[in-house]
Design a protein. Structure first.
Length: 380
């Protein structure tokens, strides 16, 4: 596996662009689109929140057909808690892009990120859409990655190349998110493209597994969002023998996909609002992976652990208290081992060894700083 340039437009068959529509008061780019030259096999995962933003409701409906041509994203406004007009505007956005591309509205996914509870200035999307589509390019991944940013300080993208059946297969991705991050999902958006030939069944399986070990294994502040979604589109243009079962080719594809997802997930945590430390929480010796992840997540979400990290204070008692709060039988002070790497470093590792089994899980998080409070106290 080799790293390459281009982000989401590195794989064959994908174009992208990002423009300024005027949704953000800052005047920065805020409208982006990914377009596939042909129908792309598509899988997606969405927030588990019972309150879902209007665009997610539309996208969850459209993605059921298993193929897409485009994904439209706006930043600066979440289009959530916006009632019937919000749903109308989300659906209208898919119709707008579909008309410009000459495809069906159900071929288009849509999502938004930004402030909740404010009407979407839909007319700005209508005005900017023609230029957005006209500017599509195989080098437009960078513009798209910047257009989806909100409180992010850095754009987050990656692309890798692997070989499947002697054919070069590329996977590209980008994401946004830095606060309101909690597993299942995070307050984040993720977009992944590939030119691999792969069945919808295998694509769904790969994305679900990779998400569990990446985007569902990060947390900044324990707060779940209403707008989170990750999509994976496959153009099939790499020319490899189609991946249709869990064989060695699937394994190779999956390992590369997981690498891409974990890289993006880590970049989100490193860009956490006000973050000064990057924490890796590893739980070993659990009964199963789900239990290990639950324990690791509880530690990572503990404000006491996160503030201790900020203060370079290796207070292991806070980690023990976090684990104990779950009330799991057979875990006590006599059979749980807690180890730290130096807390005065920028990267900290917390490892918890349990006596329950052989399963393990890793969760990535960051510290809580004064800056986190300031950013979120002023955000509206």
């Amino acid at each position: 596996m080799k790293l390459t340039k281009g982000g989401i437009t590195a794989p064959k068959g994908f174009l992208a662009n990002g423009v300024t529509a005027g949704i953000k008061r800052s005047g920065k780019t805020d409208l982006g689109v990914i377009v596939s030259d042909q129908p792309a096999v598509t899988a997606g995962v969405f927030t588990k929140s019972s309150i879902k933003a209007a665009p997610l409701l539309v996208s969850m409906k459209h993605i059921k057909k298993g193929k897409t041509r485009a994904v439209l994203v706006n930043s600066g406004n979440a289009n959530c808690y916006t009632g019937p007009s919000g749903l109308k505007h989300a659906q209208g956005s898919t119709e707008l892009v579909a008309k410009l591309l000459g495809v069906s509205p159900t071929d288009v996914l849509v999502t938004s990120t930004g402030i909740i509870g404010k009407p979407l200035p839909y007319h700005k999307i209508v005005d900017a859409a023609p230029a957005l589509i006209k500017g599509l390019s195989t080098k437009g991944g960078d513009k798209f990655a910047r257009a989806i940013m909100t409180t992010d300080l850095i754009k987050k993208e990656i692309a890798v190349v692997i070989t499947v059946n002697g054919k070069k297969v590329t996977i590209g991705g980008c994401a946004k998110g830095s606060g309101m991050i909690e597993p299942n999902m995070a307050t984040m958006l993720g977009f992944i493209t590939t030119d691999a030939a792969i069945s919808l069944k295998m694509l769904k399986l790969a994305l679900k597994r990779a998400t569990e070990r990446s985007f569902n294994s990060i947390t900044v502040d324990g707060c779940m969002s209403t707008n989170d979604m990750v999509t994976l589109q496959a153009s099939g243009l790499a020319g490899n023998e189609k991946i249709e079962k869990e064989d060695s080719n699937f394994k190779k594809f999956y390992q590369a996909l997981e690498f891409v997802c974990i890289d993006l997930a880590k970049k989100i945590v490193r860009d956490g609002e006000g973050a000064t430390k990057f924490l890796t929480v590893l739980v070993k010796g659990a009964a199963d992976e789900a239990q290990a992840r639950k324990i690791a997540k509880t530690i990572a979400n503990s404000p006491l652990v996160k503030t201790a990290a900020f203060g370079s204070n290796p207070n292991w008692g806070r980690v023990g208290a976090a684990v104990g709060s779950l009330g799991i039988d057979k875990i006590n002070e006599h059979n749980m081992k807690i180890t730290f790497s130096p807390f005065d470093k920028k990267e900290i590792a917390i490892t918890v060894q349990l006596p329950l089994g052989r399963a393990s899980a890793t969760v990535y998080t960051c510290d809580f700083s004064y800056e986190y409070v300031r950013i979120n106290g002023e955000y509206n």
